[in-house]
Design a protein around this ligand. Sequence first.
Ligand SMILES: Nc1ncnc2c1ncn2[C@@H]1O[C@H](COP(=O)(O)OP(=O)(O)OP(=O)(O)O)[C@@H](O)[C@H]1O
Ligand SMILES: [Mg+2]
Length: 84
Amino acid sequence: MTAEPVKVLEVRGLTKEFPGVKALQGVDFDVVEGEVHCLLGPNGSGKSTLIKCVSGAYEPSGGEILSAAIRCRSASRRRRSSSG
Ligand SMILES: Nc1ncnc2c1ncn2[C@@H]1O[C@H](COP(=O)(O)OP(=O)(O)OP(=O)(O)O)[C@@H](O)[C@H]1O
Ligand SMILES: [Mg+2]
């Protein structure tokens, strides 16, 4: 019997808009414990914006980020920090 994979990060429908620019539109992905991901894309495709949203440096315009099943956008800074 194999153990159920543990999701450590879930991103659903993430959007980030700057004035006149839709930097992220509906980004969905999961990270399962132990996985290593690589983020690739051309200049201006939104890589830095995505990481800044996931790390909490930017407030997303829409969507959901769950870290260890904690809703990051509504969680306190301390709760986000303790969840990694
Ligand atoms: N602080 C900001 N204010 C306004 N527009 C921004 C801001 N940051 C990024 N953008 C715009 O959002 C889009 C995505 O930019 P981002 O820097 O996330 O792309 P990137 O994939 O990291 O690019 P690069 O490969 O050049 O690092 C671009 O159109 C960029 O001009
Ligand atoms: Mg960048």
